[in-house]
Design a protein around this ligand. Structure first.
Ligand code: FES
Length: 103
């Protein structure tokens, strides 16, 4: 399975992501800039902020009740399709997902 990150400088990075790995963990494993994941995926830091590509919103879903308020404290202001990537776990349904790194 794969995910693609669009970086603020215009570059794109596509990497293999095993099923069950969060997209925060995958970003860190692939040195994606700006994805720090300081809290280890515990919804306590908001340093894993990504913006879903519009084509993937329906499959990836919307933030849950614990994630949503954390999106109000991201470094870069949230957008309508913002998510915390520690809350996105790779599954077959998300194979090929495209994420934008906010800047
Ligand atoms: Fe801290 Fe996602 S890694 S909120």
């Amino acid at each position: 399975m794969q995910a693609t990150w669009h970086l603020p400088d215009g570059r794109q990075v596509t990497a293999s992501v095993p099923e069950g790995q969060t997209l925060m963990e995958a970003a860190r494993a692939n040195n994606i800039p700006h994805i720090l994941g300081d809290c280890g995926g515990n919804l306590a830091c908001a340093t894993c902020h990504v913006i879903l590509d519009a084509a993937w919103v329906a499959k990836a879903g919307f933030p849950g009740p614990l994630e949503d308020p954390m999106l109000d404290v991201t470094d870069v202001e949230r957008k309508p399709h913002s998510r915390l990537s520690c809350q996105l776990t790779m599954t077959a349904a998300l194979d090929g997902i495209v994420l934008h790194i906010p800047a």
